[in-house]
Design a binder for this molecule. Structure first.
Ligand SMILES: [Zn+2]
Length: 357
């Protein structure tokens, strides 16, 4: 039996990244280079992690994270720590069939000598008693973010990454992390591979963990390549439909999804009935801050397909590229919206069906 990380109804969390302070990295810039170096950078990242935690706590977020303050990129920062990868000679590949990126090359067997994030996780654990969620890239998304000149098989490389991620996840669990999340935006693109080996690799990555596990599948940050891609998806985004049946059957505990302002038909959530669902109720592609009532509306819609005790209000994706005050406003809106629905659910519980007088 896995440890229940939350007793409060509708526990809020974020999908992952939060904006970095302007003294650490260029504001409102995704994958911005660091402004500090050496020991100053080490100190600066740690300070940013504490500030990010404080922002979440001030907003009343229930399941907190590091805000991904110590990483430049959600995939490559992890890959940088692996042996077998050449960072000097980058190759240009198309990420998720969508945009060109200069990426590292796999040149030999990949392996991980030492945990990438366990020290950061321990530092976060020391600063809070709240449940902690930690995000790692998923195996398929890792494969999609580099050039493979060694294995010559996406699937084979994904299995190698799954083994490495399992090693990292166990180190994070030992550091006191309550929920380990794997980011798999590639799941929204390569449906056949997801069903053939993507979900199986993810299950290998979580093998033997006692903490809870999540998979985050979104339509990406609000960068131009993503918004242009979304325009090609038509009025209904049914990508989740192809992968939900198998995910519902998988050993992953929580599924994190984009819902608010997206064109995902909300009834698709029925396909993962029984799973805990992190419902994206905050749009990360625009700067206007949702009202509490807008957040509540998204949560109410999801409640038709997700049992109340399995609904986790969340953001659609990471908020790294947003201005800090906007991200703080959105965290507050998420809390306030969840609070509205929590009160409604409490009322229903006190006064169930009283039609018969
Ligand atoms: Zn995302």
């Amino acid at each position: 039996m896995k440890k229940a990380t939350q007793k409060r109804l509708l526990p809020t969390s974020t999908a992952g990244s939060l904006p970095k302070p302007s003294w650490l990295a260029q504001s409102e810039t995704l994958w911005s280079p660091w402004k500090l170096q050496g020991d100053e950078l080490v100190d600066g990242k740690q300070d940013a992690l504490s500030l990010s935690l404080q922002d979440q706590q001030l907003a009343g977020i229930d399941i907190v994270s590091d805000g991904e303050q110590t990483r430049q990129h959600f995939v490559t920062t992890f890959i940088e720590h692996l042996s077998g990868v050449d960072f000097e000679h980058k190759q240009t590949v198309k990420i998720r069939d969508r945009y060109d990126a200069s990426v590292p090359t796999v040149v030999a067997d990949v392996s991980l000598a030492k945990s990438v994030f366990a020290e950061d996780a321990k530092r976060l654990r020391q600063q809070t008693n709240q449940p902690i969620k930690w995000a790692l890239p998923g195996p398929m998304t890792m494969v999609d973010t580099l050039f493979d000149a060694h294995y010559n098989s996406r699937e084979k490389l994904a299995w190698e990454f799954a083994n490495i991620l399992n090693q990292e996840a166990k180190a994070l669990e030992a550091a006191g992390v309550d929920i380990i999340q794997f980011d798999e935006p590639a799941f929204n693109v390569f449906f056949d591979d997801v069903n053939a080996w993507g979900i199986a690799c993810l299950e290998r990555a979580v093998e033997g963990l006692k903490c809870e596990t999540a998979v985050h599948i979104c339509y990406g940050y609000g960068i131009k390549a993503n918004t242009d891609w979304k325009k090609t998806l038509g009025s209904e985004w049914r990508q989740y439909e192809d992968i939900f049946p198998k995910l519902q059957q998988s050993s992953i505990d929580i599924i994190s999804l984009e819902c608010h302002n997206s064109h995902v038909p909300i009834e698709l959530l029925e396909l993962i009935r029984g799973k805990k669902v992190m419902v994206g109720a905050i749009d990360v592609t625009r700067n206007n801050i949702e009202s509490a009532e807008e957040v509540a509306n998204t949560l109410r819609a999801a409640l038709k397909y997700v049992d109340a005790d399995k609904l986790y209000p969340c953001t659609n994706c990471g908020m790294a590229p947003l201005p800090r005050d906007v991200a703080k406003g959105k965290l507050n809106a998420l809390s306030a919206g969840a609070d509205i629905v929590r009160k409604e659910l409490a009322k229903e519980k006190i006064a169930p069906t009283c039609e018969v007088q």
